[in-house]
Every structure is written in C-alpha cells, then in structure tokens.
Design a protein around this ligand. Structure first.
Ligand SMILES: [Zn+2]
Length: 533
C-alpha cells in the first residue's frame, strides 16, 4: 500500500492555537523531538512574520536532523509584483530550507474581496511564485487555502488553481479546509472528483471546527492523498488541526497505508506530553491513544476483565503507543481493583488481609474527603505505608509563613521551613506571591542539596475544590496537584480545613511518590519486600 508522508505544522499552525506559545528554544527542542519521532516534514514557521521566526531558521541551519526536512512557510507574491523581487518569496528563499510551503488562494471570493485582485492575477501570482521557487531548486508544497469552500463555490476555478500549480512544478498540492467546515463524505466526494492523474501529488490539511479533522484526513488518503498535515495534540488555530497523535496510530495500526515512523510509534505518548509541557498546557486526559484516560478502567467489572484478557476491552495494545494502563480506584471498584493495584508489589488475592485493610483505609479516607481516583500517586503512598514499603525522604519540624500587603503593591509571602533529612536538621526559606508557592520554594530550598532529583520535578497543575461550601470560610478543601519530570506525570491529593495544609499534604505526597518509585533502589516496585520492613 502507498506510503503517506507526515507533515507536521505544530510550530506554525499549532502556534496559532489559543494559549499556545513557544520560545525559540522550545521550538528547537520540539523540532528535534519531532525528528526523533520520525515525521517527514517540520514546518518551522513564517520567516517574514517576526524576528523570532527568522531566528529559528538561522539556528536550525546549524543543527542536524536525521529524518525530517525543515520547511519555511509563506504566501504567494503580492498582486502586481514579480516573484523575484517580492518580500514573501525572498524571505522563503533566505530561510535556506530545501523545502518551502507556499499558501495561495482558491476561493474566488477571497481573491476579489480579501486580496482585492482578479481571479486571473491570482493564477498568475501562483504560477510566478511557484515556478520561481522551483527554479531556485526548492521542493515546493502548495497549500490551497479554503480549497473545499472554493471548490463548492466554483469547481472550475478551483481546478484551474490546481492545474496552474501543477504546471508551475509544485511537488505537492495540499487541499486545505481552512475554516474546518467540511464533513468526511463531502471531502471524499470532492477529492475523488479531481482528475488526479493530471495533477501533482495531493495532500490534505484539515481543521477541526466540525470535529472531523481526523476522519476527513483518513477519508483524504482513502481517496488518493499521499501527504497529511497536522499538529501534535491537534492544537492549532480555533478548534485546532488534524491531530497527528490520532492520525499516525490510526494509519499504522488500522489501515494498510504506511508511514515512515511506524517503527517509532511507541514514542508517541512521550512526544504528546513533551509538546504539552513546552506549551505549558495540561495534557488532555481524554485524548485517544496518548491521554491518561485512554487505557484507564474504573468499574470493578472492567478491571476484572483487564486482568484476565485485556484485548477484550482495549482496542489496541497500549504498549504500541507508549501509554500506560491505569486502574482507577473508587469504592465501586472493589477488591479486584485493589488486587490489581497491589500486583506491582507482589501476588495478593481478594481474601488477603492486606486487601481488607486497604479497603477499610480507603473507606475511612473517602469519608474524610480524600479521593484517589484522580490521585493515584497518593494512593501508592497509602499502599506503601500499609505494606511497610514507604521510605520517607524527610520529616517536618515546622513551617512558618507570613503574607503581607502594602497599599497597591501586590502581596508577598515569606516562609521558613525546618525539616530533618538524612539524619540532619535543615532549614529552607522562600519568597513568593502566595503561600503555596512560597512553601514549595522553601521546601525545595531545604531539600535540594539532599535530593537533586527535585530539580527535575515541576508542578504542572494545581486545583482546589471546596467540599462543604455551606461551612463558608471554614470549609474543608481538597487540593489536587499534578507533577511532572518531563517523562511521567502523577497526581496527588490533600484534604484539610486549611488550604495551605491541604496543599502541603499533596506536595509531600508528590515528592515522596517520586522518591519511592524512581529514586530509592530498594523501594521501587518489583524488589523483594524485606521481612518486617
Ligand atoms: Zn491551517
């Protein structure tokens, strides 16, 4: 079956998503991560738009990429100019990439109303721009903006645009659904109606405004497209782009088409989380294949089946995409879930004393307001304590925080903390805006000399929920913290009438979880339980 080229636009279209922004260094790191994953093309940005974008191309020239080609993106020349002395075209050439992508108009209304020129001049602009870039030795990808709407409005003109670009030597013609309004059956019908034998290779670029960007892209390759464009996590303008974290595994695992990164699919989850981390966004839990929920099971019955025959309940083997299976805890889940949770520490059966003890602890903790469904790392600590496999990193002496505010100046908090760690009495201090941040800083200040792994850990999400709002300001609160070391993420929980105390509990669990699971050798799962420990 044919090979589908994967073209990533995380660093260009992806940057147009709300709340997404990357520094120059982030962009370079993401580009290398995409290259390691094996995408064929990485669209680096729009060199004419600003200095940061131009700087990216300058830096990237000096770096080595194994598989991916870096692509500069820009538009056709402006009306009434020559490509040879147009700023857009010059910027594309000055980016010095082997491949360039040029976007041009297909929808007549956009030509006359937005561009303010004639349909004939638009064709001339396309021909002149593309043939000039070809003459300069570039591989040229041509993005046909609003192709599907343009085609619906005037199929003959849209075809004219395709033929003009083919004639000018474009290597790939990318049919763009710029406003994301097309449905899969429409996309199939339109692509199938094109005289493909007379045209350059076809590609597709779908947006997700109708929730069908991924389905449209699959429909596109079934109808003859050999190039797909998308972004990691599907983030992009408005509702986003086709999601490579969905498309690539779908193509690899569920179709006869091939992609060149099939041998690297197990790095998909890590790629998705890496990009989320760089964008400072919380990874979408419910994302297919790579989300935390993708292989999570909650109901007791499901958890039972998982132990017996996972393939009866999961659509693929999670290992293929590098994701983890989670069995979620709740009172509903019952003994089999607890047994499953304990499996990493040894063989336990439903009737064992430990299972009964844990069920009692779980019930008591839930009564107090703890919830472990979204805080598995805290439950791991509960299990460890029950099994005698908990190795505390430190013990709290006391902490002291003081918040102050003067006039209109933003408030500040200073704090000190006293701990014992490795047989020593230690102190840390911190200053922050709020008390939680200050406490975190003081704790790190004290512990980092003894635990340099703390430098790898960052807090990526913090959520507070009021448990009994009727008690007003004396309410109990539940705090959830999500932490990450750039490879794993884990969640912890704390409950108290005091929000600082609840945060402290969740913070301590987070550090202790990491310490016990990834740092202390004899505490890691899989090691023998020492008698009496
Ligand atoms: Zn787009």
């Amino acid at each position: 079956m044919s090979l589908i080229t994967v073209y990533d636009t995380t660093l260009r279209d992806g940057m147009q998503g709300i709340e997404v922004s990357y520094t120059l260094n982030d962009k370079l790191q993401i580009a290398h991560k995409l290259d390691e994953f094996g995408v064929d093309y990485i669209e680096g940005g729009f060199p004419l738009s600003n200095d940061k974008e131009a700087a990216f191309f300058e830096r990237v020239r000096r770096e080595r990429f194994d598989r991916a080609r870096i692509v500069a993106f820009g538009s056709t020349r402006r009306p009434g100019r020559r490509a040879a002395n147009d700023a857009h075209i010059t910027a594309l050439l000055e980016a010095e990439t082997e491949t360039v992508t040029v976007v041009g108009k297909t929808w007549k209304a956009h030509v006359t109303e937005v561009l303010g020129t004639t349909p004939e001049e638009n064709l001339e602009m396309i021909h002149d721009s593309l043939s000039h870039l070809k003459a300069e030795g570039r591989e040229v990808v041509f993005d046909l903006e609003h192709f599907f709407d343009g085609y619906k409005d005037d199929p003959a003109y849209a075809l004219h645009v395709l033929e003009t670009a083919t004639d000018a030597g474009a290597d790939v013609l990318v049919l763009c659904d710029t406003n994301g309004g097309t449905l899969p059956d429409e996309a199939s019908a339109i692509i199938s109606a094109l005289p493909q034998e007379r045209l350059s290779k076809l590609g597709v670029h779908f947006h997700n405004d109708s929730g069908t960007a991924d389905a449209n892209s699959l429909a596109g390759i079934r109808c003859g497209a050999v190039h797909i464009q998308g972004t990691v996590n599907g983030w992009g303008e408005r509702c986003g782009n086709a999601n490579l974290c969905v498309l690539v595994p779908n193509i690899c695992l569920k179709t006869d088409f091939e992609v060149s990164m099939a041998d690297r699919l197990r790095h998909l989850t890590s790629l998705s989380r890496f990009v989320a981390e760089k964008a400072n966004m919380i990874p979408e839990k419910r994302q297919p294949y790579v989300g935390e929920a993708a292989f999570s099971h909650k109901a007791g019955q499901h958890a039972d089946v998982i132990q017996k025959a996972a393939h009866l309940i999961e659509h693929i083997d999670r290992v293929l995409v590098g994701n983890e299976r989670r069995v979620i805890l709740s009172e509903l889940a019952g003994k089999s879930t607890i047994v499953r949770k304990l499996a990493r520490y040894g063989a336990f059966d439903k009737n064992s004393k430990t299972v009964a003890e844990l069920i009692d602890i779980l019930k008591e903790k839930e009564r107090l307001g703890y919830e472990y469904e979204a805080a598995e790392a805290s439950f791991d600590i509960v299990i460890r304590k029950c099994l005698g496999r908990y190795r505390p990193l430190f013990e709290l002496g006391n902490y002291h925080l003081e918040s102050y505010k003067t006039g209109d100046v933003p408030s500040k908090t200073v704090g000190r903390i006293f701990l014992s760690c490795a047989g020593k009495q230690i102190m840390g201090a911190g200053v922050g805006i709020g008390p939680v941040e200050t406490l975190d800083r003081a704790l790190r200040d004290a512990l980092t000399p003894f635990a340099d792994f703390l430098q790898r850990i960052s807090l990526i999400d913090y959520r507070v929920r009021v448990l009994n709002p009727e008690a007003a300001s004396a309410s109990k609160v539940r705090v959830f913290i999500t932490s990450s070391d750039h490879e794993h993420t884990w969640d912890t929980v704390g409950v108290s009438e005091n929000v600082i105390e609840a945060s402290w509990e969740a913070m301590v669990d987070s550090i202790e979880y990491y310490y016990n699971n990834y740092v202390v050798e004899d505490a890691k799962p899989g090691t023998e339980i020492r008698p009496g420990a």
